[in-house]
Design a protein around this ligand. Structure first.
Ligand SMILES: [Zn+2]
Length: 241
């Protein structure tokens, strides 16, 4: 499994960081977790064909996790006609909003109506021959979620945005063991204040994503205090599992 952190900024993009978007490759198939970055041109940057994107999963509908999705859908409706991903949104409002946006952007009702949009809840979200994805609630919004992705015998936890200082993080999905856990870094007082909570997480490795620089404090110097290796993500960081 290959995981490309294509957008690692917090709510505001920076000169060399887009907002949240992560590409997960399993064989030739690709899955996208959040679309706060311009994912349509970005997949090309990483050598991914639009038709190979099988699923797009939005943790919650804040713009910095969602904004790149309408443009992606309009572009596949115009040009990448062999692409037909399943797209998972947390609310019916999101489904209606996206369909309306794409209908106007394409001026093509049939293409917009043909999009494979799904509203998911907690529990199993998606399964095919390559991956299984489940959702669990976080305390960020009424409709915000973490995802658990299983593929090739590995388990990856994506936190999405969480409540203040991540009290829910170690207990997500019943405290499941993960080969990699991805934790956001925007909704904390200072990231090091979360170390005691993060240390209870059962993971082999932690990647810190969605980084608000002001919240990092001296976390990079102190990362050895955590009981697993820690990587602070930048756009383009690629992890192979
Ligand atoms: Zn958010």
């Amino acid at each position: 499994m290959k995981i490309i952190f294509a957008g690692t900024s917090h709510g505001i993009p920076e000169k060399d960081r887009f907002c949240s978007a992560t590409f997960v490759g399993v064989g030739k198939r690709w899955y996208i977790i959040d679309a706060g970055a311009p994912i349509s041109p970005l997949i090309l940057r990483y050598g991914i064909a639009h038709r190979d994107v099988r699923g797009i999963f939005i943790t919650h509908q804040h713009g910095d996790h969602f904004d790149g999705l309408p443009a992606f859908c309009i572009q596949i409706g115009w040009y990448y006609l062999d692409a037909s991903p399943d797209i998972f949104l947390p609310t019916e409002r999101g489904e209606k909003m996206l369909r309306y946006w794409v209908r106007e952007g394409l001026q093509n009702e049939a293409a917009a109506d043909g999009m494979k949009l799904h509203v998911y809840g907690n529990g199993p979200v998606y399964r095919d021959d390559a991956v299984e994805i489940l959702a669990a609630p976080t305390r960020h919004l009424a409709d915000s979620h973490a995802f658990l992705l299983r593929a090739e015998g590995k388990t990856v936890l994506f936190s999405g945005d969480m409540g203040e200082n991540y009290a829910e993080f170690p207990e997500l999905f019943g405290g499941v063991h993960s080969d990699l856990a991805v934790c956001e870094c925007a909704h904390n007082t200072t990231f090091t204040d979360c170390f005691p909570t993060l240390a209870r997480t059962d993971t082999a490795r932690l990647v810190v994503n969605h980084i608000a620089p002001a919240k990092l404090g001296d976390a990079e110097a102190r990362k050895g205090e955590l009981p697993f290796p820690v990587t602070f993500a930048h756009d383009g960081l690629t992890v192979e599992l």
